[in-house]
Design a protein around this ligand. Sequence first.
Ligand code: MG
Ligand code: MG
Length: 272
Amino acid sequence: MGFLDRGVEIKTPDQIDGMRKAGLVVGQTLELLRGSVRAGITTGELDAIAEDNIRSSGATPSFKGYHGFPGSICASVNDEVVHGIPGDRVIAEGDVVSIDCGAIVDGWHGDAAITVGVGPVREELTRLMRVTEEAMWRGIAAARLGGRVTDISHAVERHVRSQGRYGILEDYTGHGIGSQMHQPPNVPNYGRPGKGPRLVEGLALAVEPMITLGTKDTSTLEDDWTVVTDDGSWAAHFEHTFTITARGTWVLTALDGGEAALTALGVPFGGR
Ligand code: MG
Ligand code: MG
């Protein structure tokens, strides 16, 4: 493992394979949670399902104890955008639940998030979730060897703006990932292309647009974690961890490695 300028960690192919193991645990855990979200379940029960699945897969939940965070997932409901603490909150029909999950295998991290609608949700929320997930994929698809980190940022923002009036959080960003969950560089969800560290083989990044039906302004609740919108508008959050190999792009937290979505966007699949 080497370090380029600005502290960017470069992984060997074997180390990327290790990240794939962690990514698969994250992806499988999120699919399990997607199937578990229903009216009447608490966010704490979702957290227990996640922790059981992560540990029984031979992995460690990376969120648990991270700067004192008590859960194995973040569960953020409706106007909560990210970093919600799982607990007694009961999920109701019509809610949207953003679930963020991280796992460690042999010291290597995976990090991903989904937003799930509970039963029928308002049409504007269905659209918000679709736009946010699409923006994440557009960002990943914009990453090419030899490009720059903000090529991703620009593609995320351009897609969101093309779909309507949404708030794009600026105070929270995607990030480098590898032997730690959060590493340089930051991966903002807005901005001009062609800036930031160069995209090279062995770099791994988490891309995670956080999008609201209102403005980008947020505050942190008194629990010191939960990030809520200032205008009360509801939000969505999608995230994947990916890398670029000589052959193409590999989404380490997607069960299919991202092959279907990347192919649909004309991007070569670089998975092993
Ligand atoms: Mg995350
Ligand atoms: Mg992340």
